[in-house]
Design a protein around this ligand. Sequence first.
Ligand SMILES: [Zn+2]
Length: 233
Amino acid sequence: MDKIPYTLQRSNRKSIGFTINAEGLKITAPNWVSQTIIDQAIQAKKPWIQSKLLQWQQQSPVPTCWQNGMQLPYLGRQIIVQLNPQLASCRYEGNYNLAQDNDRLYVNLPSTANALAIKTACTQWFQGRALAWFEIRLRHFQQSSGAKPLCLRLSSATTRWGSCSANGHIRLNWRLIHLCPELIDYVIAHELAHLKEMNHSPRFWAEVKRILPNYEAAKNRLKQKSLRTLPIL
Ligand SMILES: [Zn+2]
């Protein structure tokens, strides 16, 4: 049987604890517990441990390699970054509101540009597109739902897609622009619904449904997405 590697930490807690993160399995065990008991606990927990470890492995971010010809996800499609020093600013080849796989994003940098310069230029372009896209979609939902005008800001939070305050300030994570339009719409509908219901009660979900009738599929798909799986911009 395969042995699962782990780090062991002794403590004065009362039971054996398991945590799994990007570093793998960590076991915290009371000082008095023997190795045999720990081994038995691992056996008993094995299915759970293995499925959690697998989840983390699948979610581990692929290090972004900033170079000419690299791919980045944009509105759920894979676009290609191409360096072109002849341009005055970034240029998108294709329709950036209707992105297709292999659309080109020309970045006004020489082919010798270093990773940081490419990353900075791409981040700026993505953030600009994020703001423009979110504004278009917000306006769309405001018209159809009658929600009052509000103030939109981009966020760079590492753990959440969006937030909303009672005074109508909506913050959307600019990294949402990597995802499919349907998923972005769901986050926007979710935050708009919070303008009426600052909770996750049945009344809140009824409001989400009123704004975006088929929200459930997007909600479930978004659950499988993690900010960790997106390129580190
Ligand atoms: Zn919420």
